[in-house]
Design a protein around this ligand. Structure first.
Ligand SMILES: [Zn+2]
Length: 429
């Protein structure tokens, strides 16, 4: 569906459909940066939402929702992203005391992360708006997704990165034929990207201005499909949805999708949406009653969650928490790794450490009373464990060696794993 304008999430100021995508300039000048969002003719949109809602319990991909996205058919660029499963995880749920726990497994996307939805929305919009070059700044998942989608579109892609990030992500970002450039620091790569956007009209696909306001609003339209899918795939409307949140693009997009469904009368209510974060900028903003998010002094702290380990978040994320009554909670490196291993060993899902944050933060959300453990909870798992395998490999034990005799194998099974083949029932969580 053709959009009618872009509108500031904070002040409501409208701007044309094409621009520099540097967020709302009025709010930026006031020192309170805010993203824009894509808006539509409400009556036409609501009618379309009612048609699409529930037309499939198993949407094939995110373009199942193309009537609710701002891209004309001839400009859609796709690798089949979206349509990821919503899985009940009863064994993990039992361990956590949340029997109705579900996960939205975004690791199934074409490049292994939810960023494929952002890339599909943004690169399709670049084509629709006649832009000739797409640009991004990334340390991994977004870079891979945008590079792949640009290759699919036949559009040149300039990607600014640094040298410090996992080998698997570096390889994946490099293989799709984008023009990859390593800048000295993260701040430098944002500055370089913004210069390309302002001076040469490159189409921005990721975060690039600090303090952040968020990513390209057409990319965030792609993320709406996570919200639509969670509602369409659920037998009953979930009570709570938990996301790992950095800049909060997907968090904001998924909320926008569900809120659009709700406005159209296509869903009975909007779940409470919670942010799982590393350093806690949203938790601090909520606690202080702020209407903006301030940077946290991390004092050299490092996080295993490379994809969301930011000391700052955005107004677009805070807005979701305020509108749904959600909370923000953090988890330690140890809790994230424990959640990652539990997801894998109990449910067969190996996700990136950053993704396991949405599981790791559940205990704190339950303990604080933000989540009733008997409610229906969806945790979003954003990307695959193959993105950063070294973090996991470091905590796994060495593989025990056996002699070429079955007796030796049985003895080592007992010694190393306490596994008794005569009583093979797997340990219950
Ligand atoms: Zn504004």
């Amino acid at each position: 569906m053709r959009a009618t304008a872009l509108r500031c999430i904070r002040c409501g100021l409208e701007s044309p459909l094409d621009g520099a995508f540097t967020g709302c300039e009025t709010c930026a000048e006031a020192g309170k940066p805010s993203n824009l969002q894509v808006i539509y003719d409400e009556a036409a949109f609501d009618a379309a939402a009612l048609r699409v809602r529930g037309s499939s319990r198993a949407p094939s991909d995110m373009w199942h929702y193309k009537e609710l996205l701002p891209i004309d058919d001839e400009h859609i660029v796709s690798l089949g992203e979206g349509g990821t499963p919503l899985l009940h995880v009863p064994r993990l749920g039992r361990k956590l005391g949340i029997p109705n726990l579900y996960v939205k497994d975004e690791s199934r996307n074409p490049t292994g992360s939810f960023k494929d939805r952002l890339a599909a929305g943004a690169v399709s919009a670049a084509r629709q708006l006649g832009r000739k070059v797409v640009v991004g700044s990334s340390s991994g998942n977004a870079g891979a997704a945008v590079a792949a989608m640009a290759a699919r579109a036949g559009l040149p892609c300039v990607m600014f990165t640094t040298q410090q990030f996992p080998l698997a992500m570096k390889t994946q970002m490099g293989v799709f034929g984008s023009y990859l450039l390593a800048a000295p620091t993260v701040q430098d790569r944002w500055m370089l990207m913004e210069t390309g956007v302002q001076r040469l009209g490159w189409f921005p696909t990721t975060v690039f201005r600090y303090p952040f306001f968020g990513s390209n609003c057409y990319g965030i339209e792609g993320y709406k499909s996570i919200g639509y899918e969670i509602i369409d795939q659920s037998a009953v409307t979930p009570d709570h949805i938990v996301f790992p949140v950095g800049a909060g693009d997907a968090f904001s997009g998924a909320y926008k999708g569900i809120a659009e469904y709700a406005r159209a009368g296509a869903v009975d209510r909007i779940p409470v949406m919670h942010a799982a974060e590393v350093f806690g900028p949203l938790e601090a903003a909520l606690a202080a009653g702020l209407d903006t998010v301030e940077a946290i002094d991390t004092a050299g702290a490092t996080s295993v969650a490379v994809s969301v380990g930011s000391n700052l978040s955005t107004y677009q994320a805070l807005d979701v928490l305020l509108r749904t009554g959600g909370s923000a909670r953090s988890a330690s490196n140890e809790q994230m790794i424990a959640a990652q291993l539990d997801l894998a060993a109990l449910e067969g899902l190996w996700v990136e450490t950053s993704s396991a944050l949405s599981i790791a933060a559940l205990s704190a959300l339950v303990e604080s009373g933000a989540i009733d453990p008997d409610s229906v909870v969806v945790a979003v798992l954003t990307s695959s464990g193959l993105k950063d395998p070294d973090v996991t490999a470091d905590v796994l034990p060495d593989i025990p060696t056996v002699a070429a005799s079955f007796e030796s194998a049985l003895a080592v099974l007992d010694e190393s794993y306490a596994f008794d083949p005569h009583h093979p029932a797997r340990q219950q969580a």
